[in-house]
Design a binder for this molecule. Structure first.
Ligand code: UD1
Ligand code: CA
Length: 458
């Protein structure tokens, strides 16, 4: 095992013109996070001494998006080529280091592949290549009769014979810092694109008698670059397939692994079932036997063991206790806490609402800034009027209270334990424990001989 400190350089200065976006390319989201975040993750998995990110186009936006992360930013003011980009990072890298070059727009490469590349670079230098179905546009890996790598020739500089080569350069490269610094110092830009090519150091290494190992990646998909929206969409599907595979391997049943989107980190207990078209975002934790119905969106939430999230439910920044029934068509907004054995039915919205064990809201209700006691029944059409247009106010409902249909609880207001609110009441004052409280604005009357309106005959 090589003890030289590992310094990783991530190239991310390019514009990404083909994305046709105002957003710098490396900030385009893949599985809900910037492309560059995926590359930094893979880099960090190698436990390097340091990560250097070379930025140029949209540098301020890129730095801002990663504020607080443990990387060093290197600015490449003019994009004069990949060799020039790497050169900008070299002054901060000690001579005895190992260097690994990654691309900010090659997000799917796995740490295991990078470790293989690093191991192969013990010889002095190693590049990662892949056999491409369509090599057009890529640098070709030129090998001699003995199979040793002798050079990389960019597509635009390649001869007809070289263009027939299917083995292409992925751009990922590893080697000794002292050698890299020396070779980079000798780079010229006398080529078809007038750029300082990082790839030219391969022929220099060979010229200096340093063997260059060519490590061939398993699949094109893993080392694919993202240059346009079509490639981004492909990378997204590949990332989602990996997320689905990880869940399946962890024992989760997926109705269709191709119809699940994970945009964050999902942990799941035993025998979890996820139906089609779930979107799971941020940190989502699903306990044992949790079932998620079709078309659910769950973001930053825990769902404890035995709970069922029925179809078309939206849950954000909420904690669901055990054995709850939620939805179909429920919306739990931030700050919703269900302690357990709760039922939240269709068209019920909660926001900053804490429901103690066994409390139920079966249909058509809004509970905001509410504390709801154990076994409380919230009937259809109950609304907490928590907002006076300026401030929010709390509603507190005692254990075993019953709130009849179509009642408005005008906050701040408290209902005592076992309070019973009659249907259609507008409650503006606290309702005592163990009593029926009724407040209907008008008396009921019936008008005899009343005629229904008829349709205008114009
Ligand atoms: C490069 C390789 C080519 C390889 C291909 C794989 C060179 C000369 N060629 O070509 O052999 O097959 O990648 O995709 O290296 N970048 C900078 N600063 C620059 C130029 C580029 O940061 O001045 C960054 C880009 O943002 C990008 C990466 O380097 O992340 C690659 O640059 P790109 O222009 O896409 O390289 P290619 O010409 O495609
Ligand atoms: Ca490219």
């Amino acid at each position: 095992m090589n003890k030289a400190p590992l310094h990783i350089i991530i190239l991310a200065a390019g514009q990404g013109t083909r994305m046709r976006s105002a957003l710098p390319k490396v900030l385009q989201p893949l599985a809900g996070r910037p492309l560059l975040a995926h590359v930094i993750d893979s880099a960090q998995a190698l436990e390097p001494a340091h990560i250097h990110v070379v930025v140029g186009h949209g540098a301020d936006a890129v730095r801002a998006a990663f504020a607080g992360s443990d990387v060093t930013w290197v600015t490449q003011t003019e994009q004069l080529g990949t060799g020039h980009a790497v050169q900008q990072a070299m002054p901060a890298i000690p001579n005895d280091a190992r260097v690994l070059v990654l691309y900010g727009d090659v997000p799917l490469v796995r740490p295991v592949t990078l470790r293989g590349l690093l191991d192969a670079s013990e010889s002095g230098c190693a590049l990662l290549s892949v056999n491409a179905a369509d090599p057009v546009g890529y640098g070709r890996v030129v090998r001699n009769n003995a199979g040793h790598v002798t050079a990389i020739v960019e597509h635009k500089d390649a001869s007809e014979t070289q263009r027939a080569i299917k083995e292409v350069n992925t751009g990922l490269l590893a080697g000794r810092a002292d050698k890299f610094a020396e070779w980079l110092g000798r780079l010229g830009n006398d080529n078809a694109q007038g750029e300082y090519y990082l790839t030219d150091i391969v022929a220099m290494a060979v010229g200096d008698g340093v063997a260059v190992a060519g490590v061939v990646a398993d699949s094109e998909a893993e080392v694919a670059g993202v240059n346009n929206r079509a490639q981004l969409a492909k990378a997204e599907r590949a990332t989602q397939q990996r997320a689905a595979d990880a869940l399946l391997a962890a024992g989760v049943t997926l109705a269709d692994p191709a119809r699940l989107d994970v945009r964050g980190v999902v942990s799941a207990g035993r025998d979890v079932f996820i139906d089609i078209n779930a979107v799971l975002e941020g940190d989502v934790s699903l306990g044992d036997n949790v079932r998620v119905g079709p078309n659910c969106y769950i973001r930053n939430a825990t769902v404890a063991a035995g709970s069922v999230v029925h179809a078309n439910t939206v849950i954000e920044d909420s904690d669901i206790g055990p054995d709850c029934q939620i939805g179909p068509f429920a919306r739990l907004r931030p700050g919703s806490v269900l302690k357990g054995q709760n039922k939240i039915g269709n068209f019920v919205e909660t926001k900053k609402a804490v429901l103690d064990e066994g409390a139920k809201a079966g249909h058509l209700a809004y509970l905001g800034d509410a504390t709801v006691g154990k076994r409380v029944n919230i009937s259809a059409g109950v609304i907490t009027c928590n907002y006076d247009g300026v401030n929010k106010h709390p509603t507190v409902i005692g254990d075993d209270a019953f709130v009849g249909t179509d009642s408005q609880l005008v906050a701040p207001v408290t209902l005592g334990e076992r309070a019973y609110v009659a249907a259609g009441s507008t409650i503006t004052k606290d309702a005592p424990a163990d009593a029926l409280t009724i407040c209907r604005a008008r008396g009921q009357k019936s008008i005899d001989g009343w005629n229904r309106p008829s349709k205008d005959k114009s």
